[in-house]
Design a protein around this ligand. Structure first.
Ligand SMILES: [Zn+2]
Length: 268
């Protein structure tokens, strides 16, 4: 009888442990920023085949990145994966593509804010800075607005040997044309990352945009709106997957950080 009782107890404990493991795994996944490769590698021209788009949903339903050969800006929103191409068109991506650089989370809303009138990306950064109090924690940020102005950029596919990003992104080319810079209802999809990420990722704020009609998308240089709703999720785990090829282990990962600022921001 004692043996049978022991067996039942063990069985119950195993079930509880297994439930806890599943809960822990789920909670871990939902509190983790997944990153493939590093911003320094991307800056220096690492645009090779990377993580499969088909594998991305397990890492998150919200994020940004690029595609193999640097073929466009990636926006991941509500589990859909979009490609903003340098010719100004937007595609919904099927499962056959890959990404040499991506940041993903399972989006959660820990904080919600309303923003009033914002006239520039700098103003948006300042407004978010005043609202984000946990400056040492990574945030995923979703901004919904009827944008009165939105300036976005994309990037064209490259051929090997890949040039560094600074050789590809001049200030005016590959931006959305003037008629598409006005009146767009849509979403900024992005991140706030603390300065200790500096060799791995873009620190501070980094946003990509997609319009509700899926006609305008890209890396955000500038924006303006009368009001917006902001949702932010805080992430305390980081999962960085490095490329598993013969190139990455000896790739030059040194960059000039001023160059990164130059290509990520609008020309002053
Ligand atoms: Zn970007």
């Amino acid at each position: 009888m004692a043996t049978r009782l022991n067996a039942i107890c063990l069985f119950v404990i195993l079930i509880i442990t297994s439930c806890n493991n599943n809960t822990n795994k789920k909670s871990m996944a939902h509190n983790t920023i997944y990153q493939y490769s590093t911003i320094n590698a991307l800056m220096n021209g690492y645009y090779y085949m990377g993580v499969s788009v088909a594998d991305m949903p397990e890492h998150g339903n919200f994020g940004l990145g690029t595609f193999e050969h640097l073929d466009g800006e990636m926006i991941v929103l509500d589990g859909n994966i979009y490609k903003a191409k340098s010719d100004g068109t937007v595609e919904t991506i099927d499962r056959n593509d890959t990404s040499p650089y991506v940041n993903l989370v399972h989006f959660k809303t820990d904080k919600e804010f309303e923003l009033g009138s914002i006239g520039s990306f700098k103003q948006l950064e300042a407004a978010l800075d005043s609202l984000i109090t946990d400056k040492n924690i990574a945030h995923a940020i979703k901004v919904r607005a009827n944008f009165s102005y939105i300036l976005v950029r994309s990037v064209p596919a490259q051929e090997e040997p890949y040039p560094p990003l600074t050789n590809i992104i001049p200030k005016d080319e590959y931006c959305n044309p003037e008629e598409k810079q006005k009146e767009q209802k849509g979403t900024l999809v992005g991140f706030y990352l603390p300065s200790y990420f500096s060799e791995l990722n873009k620190t501070g704020y980094h946003f990509h945009f997609i319009s509700d009609d899926l006609k305008v998308a890209g890396h955000v240089y500038d924006c303006a709106f009368a009001k917006a709703s902001v949702e932010a999720g805080l992430y305390r785990n980081i999962n960085i997957q490095l490329p598993h090829d013969d190139i990455f282990p000896t790739y030059n990962l040194l960059i000039n950080h001023a160059d990164l600022d130059t290509i990520e921001r609008k020309a002053e």
